[in-house]
Design a protein around this ligand. Sequence first.
Ligand SMILES: [Zn+2]
Length: 270
Amino acid sequence: MTSIEWANLKAHELRALAANNAVVIVPVAAMEQHGPHLPVQVDSRLVTEVSHRAAHKAQGDRPTVVLPVIWTGLSEHHMPFGGTITFDYQTLFSVFRCIVDSVRRHGFTDVLILNGHGGNIDASKLIAQDLTLDFSEMTVVAATYWLEAASRLGPLLEDQSNVLHAGEAETSMMLRLEPDLVDDSDLASHRTDADLSFLTTGEGSFRWRNLTAVTANGVLGDPSTATAAKGEQLLEASSDAISELITNPFTWALTPDLRGEGTGDVPFRR
Ligand SMILES: [Zn+2]
């Protein structure tokens, strides 16, 4: 079977994938503290796994190829705990712009930014918007894997309704993928009862906060409820959702033009 990993392919194989209208997944995550029990690579490791599984599943319907993960994201709010490397937004955008422009010049038109880090959620949407405006022949879609899979992940979890930083879900998936990197000797002591509304004020307004505002050890939730079996289910459900996103023609459809008679012929980006 041909690899779905860009880095493993030869240039002529990638030219053929462009000619076959393959989707390019650009995973992006973080290198940041994940409490006392998990390594700093968690988000990058997990989004890489979800990307690879999703590409294999989508492959029959739509050729898909996965670039290596952008392993640094926007992690300023984790810096006080140590172990964390962060970009600023301008740098993250510039990295994406160069990568997407490169794949565009090779003939690919459909790019999925697959995000695996909470601090990148808003930024990845803005990057998708700005790159669509910059490269009008391209469709750039931004997804955060656990938000795309939210309805499937909730029923698999007991302590939380979706992925939380270093909690049940992330610890489960790491126990499945990298058990030697998880210190599971005292998971119950790492539990926190963080108030997850800490980024909002008023009726729904945003204010930036360090993670130190809600957790003493860098964990959100209860990692002691994690199991490797649950991790496998979470990875499968997440990659199912991303595969379906990729193979759904609506994801890549051009913007409809519903303007009526007399609205003029002002050009716009489709
Ligand atoms: Zn994480």
